[in-house]
Design a protein around this ligand. Structure first.
Ligand code: NAD
Length: 449
């Protein structure tokens, strides 16, 4: 039985959004290229609209509303990189600390050609609400470098990473701001971040970054944590037995491939998967491990012989029980939302559904487990990794998994209860809880001076 998705009415275009939209116009656009996915500006507009609606429900005053809409610190840096042929390129990097009221800032670093200050700001804001929602003592941050990692050699990638870390060094640290993996970065990137920071500090500082390899103080269970959280929240939303439920996954990277594996392990039928190279479908169920091996060998799912090809759009519109968008923002929009046939959408990605699409899905009775809940498993286990680093200890995979499950299920239950009680969607309820906790912390701390 799917959790009922109430269709709480939005407030149209609230005046406060117009007040807050200065943030999206005062920052010069640095987006170098368009992609299949909506631009960062749209993500920031979505994040501000969600904040405004939560603030309306919470009755927040204008001052607090503006404070919550405004990043605490935004840093844009130039990252010069020496290419293999001796040329020098310069790319832009960003680190945005949206809020640090409840704890040090926390959030991933994205390497993607179209990332910009707007996207990174939106992602940092979502991190703030996410950490508050799952009850871990962090603020929200995000970082990005506008570069395509696939176009760089390993040595170039290392040089970009180390120089970027050097540029943002003044504002990161284990008790200030702790980066983690996101799109286009991985354990190796985190190892370089840890090393660069530690060399400059003159001592090993494992707690400066999470998602590290185990050998450097990484946590058991971190690599699959976001995907495990996606499965945990999907099972809570579905209720009943997962056996035989059909699943389509957009994005076959760290989150999507892991989620596909866990859904298959849980007895679901993963019928379709896509990545940037293409999409494949097999209604009788894909062999996730074989597909992963193919993608690793060839660079993507395109051309996988034991399934049929389909388009990126068709994957999103398949008639399945569960759709997991696990790529980038802005993929379920006003244009395609009415064609989404999945009964349940579980947002592995951040910001995959625009506010207009959200309304269309809610009106159609489609349940959406929102990003700040569904993909919180990653930051939960990042938090556990950081705690282990600070205490110089390590926990077993089963200890980590039990803590992850407990925090995810508690957060899900709180969101579902508020959704049912107030007749609002799961996303609206998640934002009311997350924004409400941050607002309350601001009130208790007061305003300095
Ligand atoms: P990743 O770089 O490992 O994988 C991204 C995947 O998306 C790749 O398979 C890529 O080919 C695919 N992709 C890109 N454009 C696509 C398109 N147009 N259609 C289909 N697939 C496309 O990144 P990731 O870490 O798996 O992150 C994916 C999403 O999950 C992001 O929104 C990220 O912010 C979010 N997220 C990640 C984590 C984490 O721990 N890594 C935690 C929380 C949220």
């Amino acid at each position: 039985m799917i959790v009922t998705n109430s269709s709480g009415r939005g407030n149209g275009a609230p005046p406060a959004l117009r007040r807050l939209s200065f943030m999206t116009t005062m920052v010069p656009s640095t987006t170098p290229a368009t992609t299949l996915i909506g631009p960062g500006r749209q993500a920031l507009d979505s994040a501000l609209l969600q904040l405004d609606r939560a603030a309306d429900r919470l009755g927040l005053d204008d001052g607090l509303r503006t404070m919550l809409a405004t990043p605490r610190r935004s840093l844009t840096v130039s990252v010069p990189v020496r290419r293999e042929d001796g040329r020098m390129d310069v790319v832009q990097g960003f680190r945005v600390q949206h809020n640090t009221t409840r704890g040090p800032a926390k959030g991933g670093v994205r390497f993607h050609p179209s990332t910009d200050i707007h996207e990174v700001t939106a992602l940092a804001m979502w991190m703030t609400w996410k950490c508050a929602l799952v009850g871990i003592p962090y603020g929200g941050a995000k970082g990005g470098v506008a570069v395509d990692p696939a176009s760089l050699s390993t040595r170039e990638l290392e040089r970009v990473t180390r120089r970027y870390v050097n540029e943002i060094m003044p504002i990161i640290g284990p008790d200030r701001d702790i980066p983690a993996p996101d799109v286009g970065t991985d354990e190796q990137t985190m190892a370089w971040i840890m090393d660069t920071y530690s060399i400059n500090a003159g001592r090993p500082v494992p707690g400066v970054v999470t998602g590290k390899p185990m050998i450097l103080g990484g946590s058991a269970g971190r690599a699959g944590a976001t995907s495990r959280g996606v499965l945990i929240s999907a099972l809570k939303a579905l209720g009943g037995s997962p056996a035989g439920r059909t699943v389509a996954v957009q994005g076959f990277g760290k989150v999507g491939a892991g989620a596909a594996r866990y859904f298959a392990d849980a007895g679901c039928r993963v019928v379709a998967v896509s990545d940037v190279t293409g999409a494949v479908v097999d209604r009788s169920g894909l062999d996730v491990d074989a597909l992963r091996a193919w993608a690793e060998e060839t660079g993507g799912v395109y051309g996988y012989r034991h399934a049929d090809a389909l388009s990126h759009d068709e994957l999103l519109e398949l008639d399945v029980d569960v759709l997991v968008p696990a790529a980038l923002e802005g993929v379920i929009t006003a244009q395609n939302a009415s064609r989404i046939r999945a009964r349940l959408v579980v947002e592995g990605a951040n910001g995959p559904t625009t506010p207009e699409a959200d309304r269309i899905l809610a009106d159609a009775g489609t349940t959406v487990v929102p990003d700040i809940l569904a993909n919180a498993g990653g930051v939960i286990v990042s938090y556990l990794e950081w705690v282990q680093n600070l205490q110089a200890c390590s926990w077993s995979a089963s200890e980590v998994d039990a803590k992850l499950r407990g925090l995810m299920e508690d957060a899900f239950d709180a969101v579902a209860a508020m959704s049912a009680e107030r007749g609002i969607t799961l996303r609206e309820a998640a934002h009311v809880i997350g924004v409400g906790r941050v607002a309350e912390t601001h009130r208790m701390r007061g305003l300095y001076p």
